[in-house]
Design a protein around this ligand. Structure first.
Ligand SMILES: O=c1[nH]c(=O)c2[nH]c(=O)[nH]c2[nH]1
Length: 316
């Protein structure tokens, strides 16, 4: 072999690699963050669905990586166009929309054996003008971003719903005590503090469950918020578990639920230098560093598919 690889030699790396024991590992590819807005305008009262969709295919793409052969490469541009074309029929729910994409790509191309489809959806509400909800003017709403994911592997479909950036706070009925103290511990114990977090959560549906995705989403969100208010919080960890438990108890179609919750610390400001007391009324809202509490709440005896969660990237 010559010392200098030409560009074509590099494209044919498989042959070089094959002899050097280097092989292609896991791969997926597609179009990320397709911003699609669907307006339904059958009547004067328009409806809006606003999504950010990512499509990535898995399967036999060795040719493209190793031989410069694109015969199997469904172009990312085609994947983007498919998302827009499917939106023409309406979205329905982000989960249904992603399932439709998964079925389409795995059903249309033999070598596409699975993939990963993600969506964020953004809520809009009607502007109230002259005391009436407007027919076609909207204001962005939503305290959170709704998320959905479909992971397809052969005929298997894992449907994962969730939300992020749901910021909640309670001004009392939270504390943090009884933790170990060592030479580096300075944090004072307290039985009365602000508890604040920005909830990121994803829940996995029981495979094959018949689910009204939009209704279950609304219900789970309401249950999580209620559980946050319910009990005295001995730690954010305790509250996280109670939130997950409440969702699983109410919804048998949920197999498990995961959370990633930053502890958004609010420190009581020392006002003594100004001759003032501070009975838990004035706080410094610190944006970093922050505690980061992550956990999965599961059903006893139900195995969690680690590879499905891993393919979503972060903890949840
Ligand atoms: O709810 C809490 N959990 C912790 O693990 C922790 N650690 C800490 O310093 N403050 C808190 N608060």
């Amino acid at each position: 072999m010559t010392d200098i690889l030409t560009r074509n030699d590099a494209v044919n790396l498989e042959h070089v690699a094959g002899s050097s024991g280097i092989v292609l590992g896991a791969n997926q590819y597609g179009k990320a963050e397709v911003r699609v807005v669907k307006v339904t305008r059958d009547t004067n009262r328009h409806e809006i669905e606003d999504l950010n969709v990512t499509s990535q295919l898995r399967g036999d793409f060795a040719g493209a990586h190793l031989d410069g052969d694109n015969a199997h490469v469904v172009a990312t541009d085609t994947q983007k166009n498919t998302i827009f074309a499917f939106a023409r029929d309406g979205v329905g729910s982000p989960e249904q929309f992603l399932l439709r994409l998964a079925d389409h790509f795995t059903g249309s191309f033999d070598w596409v054996t699975g993939g990963r489809w993600l969506a964020e959806s953004y809520a809009w509400e009607r502007i109230v003008a002259h005391g009436e909800q407007h027919d076609h003017a909207f204001v962005r709403s939503g305290q959170e971003v709704r998320t959905a994911a479909v992971i397809a592997d052969g005929d298997e479909r894992h449907v994962i719903a969730g939300l992020k950036d749901l910021t909640v706070l309670k001004t009392t009925r939270s504390g943090f005590e009884g933790y170990p103290r060592d030479r580096y511990t300075t944090l004072p114990e307290t039985a009365d503090r602000i508890l604040a977090t920005s909830v990121s959560t994803r829940w996995r549906y029981v495979p094959g469950a018949e689910v009204g995705y939009n209704a279950v989403y609304d219900s789970v969100k309401a249950i999580l918020l209620e559980a946050f208010t319910e009990n005295y919080s001995a730690a954010l960890q305790t509250t996280l578990f109670e939130m997950g438990q409440a969702a699983l108890v109410a919804h048998p179609e949920l197999a498990e639920i995961r959370f990633s919750m930053p502890n958004k610390h609010h420190f009581v400001v020392d006002l003594e230098p100004f001759g003032l007391d501070n009975p838990n009324e004035v706080f410094y809202a610190s944006d970093r560093s922050y505690g980061l509490i992550e956990a999965s709440v599961e059903r006893e005896g139900v195995t969690s598919p680690a590879e499905v969660w891993a393919s979503l990237g972060a903890f949840c």
